[in-house]
Design a protein around this ligand. Structure first.
Ligand code: IPM
Ligand code: MG
Length: 363
C-alpha cells in the first residue's frame, strides 16, 4: 500500500474547523484509493505563539520539510494584532514556512462553479465558466525585501521602510511556471506589473519578454499594468487564462478574483518549490468573526487538499473526484452562509462536509 506523509497545520480562527472537514475527505481517499496518509499535526500562527512564543518553531518547520505535502488552514486574528513584535505575529509564521521551503510558485485557480454563477458580485454571463489561474511569485518582492523596518527619524517622527526587489533569476523561474501552465490550458499569459513606475516592474517585463521569445513563443503573452489588470478582472474577467504576477500584486488581485467565483471561501492554492513538499492552503484568512461557530465554508480547504493530491501525490484522479463532488454538492443546493442565496439550503461547516462525502460516495 502506498504511504504518503502529510503535515496538517490547522492554525487559527476557522482553520481547525475547515481542516476537520479535510480530515474526513482524507479518510475517504484512504478507504477508496488504497493509500494511507501518515499525518503529523503542528501549530502555526497565533496558536503557536501562545504555546511556544513563536509563530513557527524549528521543530514544526523540520517536520513540514520531511512531509510529502503540507495542508494549512489559516493564521491570524485580533487576539494577536499589535500585541506581539512584528516578526512574531501569526502571519510571520506562514511567511517563514514559505521562505524556508523556497515555495516561490503560488498557484491560485479562480474557477466559477456553474451552481455559483449567480452568487458572484458580477452578472452570470460575466463569470459563468470562469477559469483563471494566478501564478503568484511567493518567496520574494516586498514581502521579504531588505532593508525593512520602522525607524526613528533624527528630527523626530518615524519612518516605515519596505523594499520591493526582484532579480532576473527569481523572475525567470516564476515566469517559466506561468508559461508551462498556459501550455496545458488556454495558451495565454498576462504578466502584470507596474513597469511604468517601478524599476523592478520594468526588469520583470524585460525578463518575461526575453524568456517568452527564446522558449515560449507558442504561448501568447500580454503585458498588463497591475492596476489595469484589477479593472479588467471586474470588467471582463473571462479574457484571462493565466495571470503571472509578483507577491504583492498577486495577493491583491487574487482576492479580487475570488469574489468573481462567488466567495473568498471557494479559492484553494498550492505553493510549490523546485523540489520538496508543497504547501496547500485556502486563499481566505482566519475569519475570526465567525470562528468557532461551525458555519465556515470548508470548500477552499477541501479543494486545497485536492490540489495536494494532484501536484504533490500524483493522485490527479482522486483530485478530479473531489472537485466533481464539490460541484455536485453545490448543484444540490448546499450553501454555507457566505454563498447563501434565496431558495438554497443553508448549511454549516460539517453539513457541507457531509454533502461532499455523500457526493463522493455516489460517484
Ligand atoms: C494570502 C494571505 C497571506 C499573504 C497573509 C496571511 C500573510 O493574505 O495567502 O493571500 O499576504 O500572502
Ligand atoms: Mg491574501
Amino acid at each position: 500500500m502506498t504511504q504518503h506523509s502529510l503535515m496538517l497545520l490547522p492554525g487559527d480562527g476557522i482553520g481547525p474547523e475547515i481542516i476537520g472537514e479535510v480530515r474526513r475527505v482524507m479518510a475517504w481517499v484512504e478507504n477508496t484509493h488504497g493509500v494511507t496518509f501518515g499525518v503529523t499535526e503542528g501549530l502555526i500562527g497565533g496558536c503557536s505563539y501562545d504555546a511556544f512564543g513563536l509563530p513557527l518553531t524549528d521543530e514544526t518547520l523540520e517536520n513540514a520539510r520531511k512531509s510529502d505535502a503540507i495542508i494549512m488552514g489559516s493564521v491570524g486574528g485580533p487576539k494577536w494584532d499589535g500585541k506581539t513584535d512584528y516578526d512574531k505575529r501569526p502571519e510571520a509564521g506562514l511567511l517563514r514556512l514559505r521562505k524556508e521551503l523556497d515555495l516561490f510558485a503560488n498557484l491560485r485557480p479562480a474557477l466559477c462553479f456553474d451552481a455559483l454563477a449567480d452568487a458572484s458580485s458580477l452578472k452570470r454571463e460575466f463569470v459563468a465558466g470562469l477559469d483563471i489561474l494566478f501564478v503568484r511569485e511567493l518567496a520574494g518582492g516586498v514581502y521579504f525585501g531588505e532593508p525593512r523596518g520602522i525607524t526613528e527619524l533624527p528630527g523626530g517622527g518615524r519612518e516605515g521602510i519596505n523594499t520591493h526587489r526582484y532579480n532576473d533569476t527569481e523572475i525567470i523561474r516564476i515566469a517559466r511556471v506561468a508559461f508551462e501552465m498556459a501550455r496545458k490550458r488556454g495558451g495565454l499569459v498576462h504578466s502584470a506589473e507596474k513597469a511604468n513606475v517601478m524599476e523592478a516592474g520594468l526588469l520583470w517585463r524585460e525578463e518575461v519578454t526575453k524568456l517568452h521569445a527564446v522558449e515560449y513563443s507558442d504561448v501568447k503573452l500580454e503585458h498588463i499594468l497591475a492596476d489595469n489588470c484589477a479593472m479588467q478582472l471586474v470588467k471582463t474577467p473571462k479574457q484571462f487564462d493565466v495571470i503571472l504576477t509578483d507577491n504583492l500584486f498577486g495577493d491583491i488581485l487574487s482576492d479580487a478574483a475570488a469574489m468573481l467565483t462567488g466567495s473568498l471561501g471557494m479559492l484553494p492554492s498550492a505553493s510549490l518549490g523546485e523540489s520538496g513538499p508543497g504547501l496547500y492552503e485556502p486563499v481566505h484568512g482566519s475569519a475570526p468573526d465567525i470562528a468557532g461557530q461551525g458555519i465556515a465554508n470548508p470548500i477552499a480547504a477541501i479543494l486545497s487538499f485536492a490540489m495536494a493530491l494532484r501536484y504533490s501525490l500524483d493522485m490527479g484522479n482522486a483530485a478530479d473526484q473531489i472537485e466533481a463532488a464539490v460541484g455536485a454538492t453545490l448543484e444540490a443546493g448546499y450553501r454555507t452562509g457566505d454563498l447563501m442565496s434565496t431558495g438554497m439550503h443553508e448549511v454549516g461547516t460539517k453539513e457541507m462536509g457531509d454533502g461532499i462525502l455523500a457526493a463522493l460516495n455516489e460517484q
